[in-house]
Design a protein around this ligand. Sequence first.
Ligand code: AGP
Length: 610
Amino acid sequence: MCGIVGAVAQRDVAEILLEGLRRLEYRGYDSAGIAIINPEQQINRLRRLGKVQELGNALKETPLTGGTGISHTRWATHGEPSERNAHPHQSADIVVVHNGIIENHELLRNQLRDQGYNFSSDTDTEVMAHLVAELRKQTSSLLEAVQQAVKQLHGAYGAAFIDRTQPDSLVVARSGSPLVIGYGIGENFVGSDPLALLPVTRKFAYLEEGDVAEISRHEVKIFDQNAHPVERKIHESDLSYDASDKGEYRHYMLKEIHEQPRAVTDTMEGRVTQDGVAAEAFGPEAAKLLPGIKSVQIVACGTSYNSGMVARNWIERYAGIPCRVEIASEFRYRHTLVPEDCLFITISQSGETADTLAALRKAKEQGYAASLAICNVAGSSLVRESDLTFMTRAGAEIGVASTKAFTTQLTGLLMLTAVLARNNPQAEDALQKRFADGLHQLPALLKQCLALDSEILKLSQAFADKHHALFLGRGSQHAIAMEGALKLKEISYIHAEAYAAGELKHGPLALIDENMPVVVVAPNNDLLEKLKSNMEEVRARGGQLFVFADEAAGIKPEQGIQVLNVPHMDHLLAPIAYTLPLQLLSYHVAVLKGTDVDQPRNLAKSVTVE
Ligand code: AGP
């Protein structure tokens, strides 16, 4: 998704703005641009289609000087990826960069055309530049013009403006798209993600919905949606400056796959004792709120949705309460009913996914018993707007493909199941100890799974020339098959689908031939024999099976079956552990195919538009 960086400093800010964009590259984009007010009080603007590197090369040829500027990476929504559609957009003295979508852009465009403004791009953003330029004629400052302009904008935006006539400040506005202010010493910054600003500051304040702020070198003035001055809490970030470095790894995704034992350990740190899981891991109010919960509604997107699908199996089986899971983009527009004493859970790596956030806001209006966010980004919108929070401690995830975010979400959801299961009168006696023991064994188990890498690399060669793949699982492993298929399709561009294995004969069996690799997730659980029958259905039709199987499952390699033996484990842990071999499989297939592993085409890390 789009990225914003802005700076007001005494020094030249071009390199700060460019480095900020490099750090946002992982979010996905198609073009980049920068605008700076130079010491002669002129605006210089450079835009390039393609990578930030192209913009960097252009800046080497045409260096921009000046201490006030804004920069942007664009992920096209309105108008094709091109230089003329790249941000910043300019109208006379006003320049803007924008994340999000202006829904009433057609109406505003027509009004502004009637007032004599010419449009040079196909974007919704350009209306913001002309609108503020028009309002600036009637107001005494850029701040006032932006405050007037946002009253006319419908949709989602995080935007930063500069004004040639006010070279010592920039103005930013937030509604639906995150913006964070970075506080330096004698210089201040803005970004759509704190990662962009880590080289220059660790002190951040997140803007709230409707905020407009004026940022100058020595002062940040924030106003709420009613234009009243407000303070927003300044946090000291513990994100590591190096978190976005690849280290010894060829790709961020591979680095992040290997970080999972550590990430899961960190996620449990201080929250899981020998006796069980501390309810306070879910927030100070959790011990009071969770015992009264009689059902659960989970809402999320993509990989985070898949973790919810695993949790449904755990919660219904061990906590003994109904659990529903729904994709956020459907939930937000569907006529939904609120069960009594229902806990509404959102799951999100970024905490800024537009559909998930909208679903949470709808749920709050509908009156669920409480909301819980399972999230990886402190201070994100989901975290701020939920009653309870569980922070996964995965650390910054740079690869677009979610890996350590997913397994830490699952760890949190397993911990939540343990807490909810305390109120289940039917729960087996030793269940709490089983959860605690299992969670403690998890990091070592994940290391064992990572050690299977060279065998997985060999298996991956059979996929590189394929156009389609099927993934099968049953029970909670159906959700892991879904995650395996999502990983393969998003980074290798191989069309991959997941099915609950029992569904095969209801349609997908027609696809099976020798060109259809079929990946099976086969832990040693009560559904194993059923799964073996489904595998026979594939084998009998010439399908090529790649079975990720518990070493105690008794599945042997033979004609048409390749087997990867996964260590024997309590099947409670299997959804988390089996994810790693599937991630490695996708990774190696993508590398063999030569795709852009960390920034797959058309995708964005944080989907802040619906
Ligand atoms: C998965 O690899 C993707 N990155 C994507 O499906 C992602 O999980 C989805 O966009 C939701 O993002 P979130 O967890 O930040 O809400």
